[in-house]
Design a protein around this ligand. Structure first.
Ligand SMILES: Nc1nc2c(ncn2[C@@H]2O[C@H](COP(=O)(O)OP(=O)(O)O[C@H]3O[C@H](CO)[C@@H](O)[C@H](O)[C@@H]3O)[C@@H](O)[C@H]2O)c(=O)[nH]1
Length: 420
């Protein structure tokens, strides 16, 4: 069998809720558990033996992904290419536009993964399900359970419980449809190109202006393909109960970081730091880049990632946080539920603290809420604390639930503020 994978990575206008972390590099390259987010997708795809090529589809300028793509080819020894859309073509428009590249070599099927989801993807099991169906599936969706209330923020699927055929699909319905939601991971049979082509052609009749042309070329996999295909016997759902989440807000990076670190226990234990004499104290799952310097009296964990060339001083305490490359945390500072941006410095005896945005542990199948930055009264909602890149925090201050934009020297303590 020959398979390919397509990863939808969007473009610069996407990922705005991820600011200020997406100001310096494309959101899909933001490091989670020590690796660019997208590398986790590539790693999952590269582990499926029949996947021969991975195509990244997006509208970021090509040079922003060049280095990453060559690093990934070197690491996973698999063909990987970035195909740039000249403007946002929608979640299926790129698949149509680059159909020749995707179909080249006649793959039997291809995976499609949203670049902004994370999880312990059961790709091989899903493939087995897809290929083992009695009647062929044009598209198989990975689905998972959500709470009744949160389900409407996702694509909702009504299935035939026996055959797993999709009877009905509604994208982000205004009222409740089903607690089975779309994970943004699909397996498509090559026949899907014909369906997308029909949509594309039907749109071409209506264009007058350039804007209309752009709009007519944009095709959404969810509304334009899944909704009409549901109920025709050509779409199926494969349900998983493994860890899965979106990564929309900066706060979700901390949550994803924790889960990917946990996954390393099973998949890549060598990536996790062990306790050893004369080394910093490690609690739970912690990733430290080999080039980082951590003082032996520091205490890290659980759920901490420390990037390239970071320097962590004596007596520092870090928990549930991501410390990015080239940053310095000076002696006896404390960092909790925080992302420290590249090249930032935190002075001695300071405290950075944020509020976690974890799913409600008392509700089965609850997902993380993608809380907006401001509430209805215009006040900042509690969030993780984020330092953009090149921020300097002086000694002996507290930064609580605040978001600091890049290149800022903080003069004093802050609480619940966006510091511009
Ligand atoms: N290449 C490309 N990628 C795109 C484009 N538009 C969006 N994407 C990428 O496609 C993915 C889906 O993005 P959205 O369009 O923002 O959809 P969503 O709100 O995340 O909802 C989708 O995903 C949910 C699961 O996370 C689903 O539940 C839902 O049904 C839907 O498929 C993201 O990874 C995004 O970067 C585009 O024009 N071009």
């Amino acid at each position: 069998m020959m398979l390919k994978a397509v990863i939808l990575i969007g473009g610069p206008q996407k990922g705005t809720r991820f600011r200020p972390l997406s100001l310096d590099l494309p959101k899909p390259l933001f490091p989670v558990a020590g690796l660019p987010m997208l590398q986790h997708h590539i790693e999952a795809c590269a582990a499926v033996p029949d996947i021969r090529e991975i195509l990244l589809l997006g509208y970021f300028p090509a040079q922003q992904l060049q280095q990453f793509v060559s690093d990934m080819i070197a690491e996973y020894k698999i063909r990987i290419r970035y195909l740039q859309e000249y403007h946002a073509l929608g979640t299926a428009g790129g698949i149509y536009h680059f159909r020749d590249q995707i179909s080249f070599g006649n793959p039997d099927a291809f995976f499609v993964l949203n670049g902004d989801v994370c999880g312990d993807f059961p790709l091989q099991q899903m493939l087995k399900f897809h290929t083992g169906l009695a009647t062929p599936s044009l598209i198989t969706i990975m689905g998972t359970e959500a709470t009744r209330q949160q389900s409407t923020m996702y694509g909702c699927i009504a299935e035939d419980k026996e055959t797993h055929q999709i009877l009905h699909y509604v994208e982000k319905p205004s009222t409740f449809v089903s607690t089975l939601i779309n994970c943004g991971v699909y397996i498509c049979s090559p026949g899907i190109f014909k369906t997308v082509k029909e949509i594309f052609n039907s749109r071409q009749d209506f264009q007058n202006s350039c804007d209309e042309r752009e709009a007519s070329e944009s095709i959404q996999l969810e509304q334009d393909i899944l909704m009409p295909i549901a109920g025709t016997g050509q779409a199926y759902v494969y349900t998983t109960d493994r860890w899965w989440s979106q990564i929309k807000t900066a706060g979700s990076a901390i949550y994803a970081n924790r889960h990917y670190l946990q996954l390393y226990l099973r998949t890549h234990p060598a990536r996790l730091t062990d306790n050893a004499p004369g080394k910093p104290k490690i609690i739970g799952d912690v990733y430290i880049h080999p080039s980082a310097t951590v003082d032996s009296s520091a205490v890290l964990g659980p759920n901490v990632s420390v990037g390239k060339n970071a320097v962590i001083g004596a007596g520092v305490r870090i928990r549930e946080s991501i410390v990015l490359g080239n940053s310095t945390i000076k002696e006896h500072s404390c960092v909790l539920y925080t992302v420290v941006g590249w090249n930032s410095t935190v002075g001695a005896w300071s405290r950075l603290e944020g509020t976690p945005c974890d799913p409600n542990p008392n509700k089965p199948f609850a997902k993380m809420d993608n809380v907006p930055l401001f509430n209805s009264e215009g006040k900042l909602n509690p969030s993780i604390t984020i330092l953009g890149c090149n921020v300097t925090v002086p000694a002996e201050v507290i930064v609580l639930n605040s978001i600091v934009l890049p290149y800022k020297d903080l003069p004093h303590s802050y609480k619940n503020e966006i510091i511009l």
